[in-house]
Each structure stands twice: as C-alpha cells, then as structure tokens.
Design a protein around this ligand. Structure first.
Ligand code: IMP
Length: 431
C-alpha cells in the first residue's frame, strides 16, 4: 500500500506545508480528512507563496487530484473565495482535479457567530478558537442537525433543515445577547453558491476506492496536531475534530489499512496558539528568541504563538496515539546559537514524576516540566542537505530526540526551501 498519512505531532503549526508539498509531488491524490479553514498551510513553490486553509496542498501541483473528505467541515463561502484566490495565482481548479465529499458538513455564518459569542462568554476560560465556526459546526454534525453538501440539491428540505438548526442556535445567541439569524438569508446565500459547490461534489469514498485499485498513491493531509485532538489532546483546549492518524480513514471513507505510513511532523521545539496547558513553555527571553527566529505567528489568525523547549514526553504520547512510524523534524535551524538546549522528558504532577501528560485538566494545568540539558551549537544548520553539514551537537540533539520519542527521523527540514531537506527514508517507499 503506497499511501502516506501526514499529521502534526504537537499543537499544530509544525511546518506541515513544506513536507506535505514535497510528498504531494510524489502522490497522485491528496486528501484532507478533518478540520476546516482553521488550518493554515503555507507552501513556497518556485518563489511563489500559496496560503491554503481548506484546499488540500496538492491543488497547486499540476496533474494531482485534491479531495476534501467527509470529515472536514466546509465553509462554502470561504472555499469559493480560496478557490478564486488560488486561481488568481495561476492554478487550475476544475471538477477534474478537485473533489468534495457530498456528505461533508457545512459551516454556516451562524456557526462563526456562535463560536465567537461563546468564546466571549467564556471570559477567562477562553479556548482561543480561530472563531471560524469549527466547533459549532461539528456539534451540529454530531447532534444530527447539520447541513451537508448534498442538502444543497434539495431546496425544500434545506429550508426545513436551516429552520430546525436556527431554533437551536438563535435561542443560544439570544441568551448570549448576540444577534440572531434569519432562515431566508442563509438559504438565499446558499442558493447563490450551490451550483459552484455542487460541481465538485460526489461520493469521494468511491473515487478513492477506484484510484487505489488503479495503483494511485494517496497522501492523507492532516491539519492541526495530535495534542489538539478532541479525544486525546489537552481537552477542553483542543479543536473539535479527531486530528490523530486514525481519522484519515473515517474522515475520507477508506479502510484503516489504506492510510499507509504515518509520518508525524514535529518541530524541533514546541509552539502553541491559543490557550491551554503548555508545560515546557518559556515565557522569557528564550521563548521570545524562538518566536522571533522561528517567525512564530499564526497563518490563519496572525496571532503570536507561545514558544518553549521540545517536549519529548508529549511527542512520544503522539507517536503512540497516532501510530507514528517516522517523524519529519522541522525548524532545527531555529535552535542555532543557543549555549544550552533543554528537552522536556516528563512532568512533575502532585509530587510524582510522570512520563506522560495525564488527562485531567487540573493535572495538565499544574504539570511542571522535567528537563534534561544538552549542549547547543553555534554553527548554522540552515540549509543543511546532509548529515555531514550538521554540527556534532545538532546530530546529538536529533539522535536524543529519536531515542526519547521512540520513533526515527525520516526527514529533516533545515529551511523553508524544498531542497533544504535531509531525506533518511522516503515515506512512500516504506508503505
Ligand atoms: P478551533 O479549531 O477554531 O475551534 O480552535 C480550537 C483550538 O485549536 C485553538 O487553540 C486554536 O488556536 C487551535 N487551532 C485550530 N486550528 C489550528 C491550526 O491550524 N494550527 C494551530 N492551532 C490551531
């Protein structure tokens, strides 16, 4: 099975864009299987920068098929705008290379409003969501009142469904002192774009089956990171989807054996956007330096990311939970110039040393990082293309990470440029 699943092993923003782009150049099909336009993947190809939120990364490459699976929540207006923007950069997007699952749930304007009103009402307990309506749309899906892409085919039923959905949300919005929504307005807006969206819609699970039988290689492109998973992450400071590798199957309609080699994208230090526990966070000069050198600002919201040392206990947890077979280690060069580098190896919780982050919100909030120190390096690792280009201390750091997380480095990325990558093993060859 020559397929690969790429996921983030931390809290998202691990630098998936570049790796996914490199892998998508070797795949025939690229599939998004969870999340929505809360994601932000930056691709730099031949000097041109593409910022994608909802479109799979394969879209910018000629001859590749791109798929939005059923596990994604689709804001149809955001999708149309993104298609328009990317087309404006000279990319072809047609029903021959882009497919949207007919049973994907839609994000409506009311979901964004509820998301933002709930966040405002949480006060100090804010999650720091992207405000894009992701959570409320997933809630509607599970509550069985969601609107799906295929509902656009049947205007009468669609009206009824919007009406039902608004009974729930308008009551909530009223209670929160926010403006309510009107069925007609949402319906009319949907009718304006339904043709544009429906041309891409169909049973993508069936297409994926056909393409697999033809021997095509599929890349499953995860968004966010394992620690933002709604089950396994730092709940409630998580996103509302399963971000683990297993979701690639359920969120696109293939069997669990079809998702192939699991590659975990892992940053050489740790960052997080939004609220929630972060034991190895450095709210000091070290964190400031990591943020400045690593350009740690969100692609989607522009928010400053919180920064800290590499947390090997957390990544090891992701390795186990997602069945990560190898990692792509990114942004090693950001650590150039530190005299000492620390690695978090576990936590002190209630006076006990743990080698994993426990599930309780209270334990997570009070967990203190336990570190081991390593010698830093002063040489530049930026742009290294072979192990021989790396200083001995940097190699030692990478080897120690592999040991602690119990997974090997498959790829090492040393700059945003595509060529600046050390390939240890090709994930497609390992599948
Ligand atoms: P939501 O996904 O908008 O509901 O936000 C929930 C949490 O996930 C917040 O802490 C966000 O900052 C975080 N989040 C959502 N998408 C991303 C992403 O693509 N990268 C990093 N963090 C994200």
């Amino acid at each position: 099975m020559a397929n690969v699943t790429v996921i983030g092993s931390q809290w998202g923003d691990e630098g998936k864009g570049k790796i996914v782009d490199w892998l998508s150049s070797r795949a025939d099909v690229v599939v998004r299987f969870q999340g929505g336009h809360n994601a932000g993947h930056t691709l730099v190809i031949d000097g041109k920068t593409y910022k994608l939120h909802l479109l799979p990364s394969g879209i910018v490459r000629k001859g590749k098929k791109s798929v939005i699976g059923n596990g994604v929540v689709v804001d149809p207006w955001a999708l149309m705008k993104e298609i328009e923007d990317v087309r404006g950069q000279g990319v072809d997007i047609t029903p021959a290379n882009f497919f949207v699952s007919e049973n994907a749930n839609l994000i409506l304007p009311v979901h964004g409003a509820v998301d933002r009103a709930l966040e405002a009402a949480r006060g100090k307990g804010q999650i720091g969501t992207t405000g894009r309506g992701i959570g409320p749309a997933y809630e509607d899906k599970v509550a069985r009142r969601g609107i799906r892409v295929c509902d656009l085919l049947h205007p009468d039923l669609l009206k009824e469904k919007i009406e039902r959905l608004l009974i729930h949300h308008n009551a909530l919005l009223k209670g929160l002192g926010a403006e309510t929504f009107n069925m007609r307005h949402i319906f009319d807006s949907l009718m304006q774009i339904n043709g544009a969206l429906l041309q891409y819609a169909g049973p993508v699970w069936k297409k994926l089956d056909e393409w697999q039988r033809q021997g095509e290689k599929i890349l499953f492109e995860g968004a966010q990171g394992t620690m933002l998973d709604v089950d396994h992450g730092t709940y409630p400071f998580v996103t509302s989807s399963n971000t683990v590798a297993a979701q690639a199957a359920a969120g696109s309609g293939v069997g669990p054996r079809a998702t192939g080699y699991v590659l975990g994208i892992t940053k050489a230090y740790t960052t997080r956007v939004g609220a929630g526990p972060f034991p190895s966070e450095q709210s000091n000069d070290i964190g400031e330096t990591l943020g400045r050198v690593g350009h740690e600002f969100g692609t989607t919201t522009g928010r400053k990311r919180r920064c800290g040392w590499f947390d090997s206990a957390l990544v090891r947890q992701s390795v186990k939970i997602s069945g990560i077979e190898g990692i792509a280690l990114t942004k090693l060069d950001v650590l150039d110039g530190f005299d000492e580098i620390k690695i978090c190896t576990g936590y002190r919780v209630d006076g006990q040393i743990l080698d994993h982050l426990p599930a309780s919100q209270t334990h997570q909030a009070t967990a203190e990082a336990v570190y081991e120190g390593m010698e830093g390096w002063q040489e530049s690792t930026r742009g290294a293309r072979s192990w021989a280009d790396l200083p001995a201390a940097a190699i030692k750091y990478v080897r120690r990470i592999e040991e602690l997380i119990e997974a090997p480095v498959a790829l090492l990325s040393t700059s945003p440029e595509r060529e600046d990558t050390i390939l240890v093993r090709d994930p497609f060859q390992n599948s």
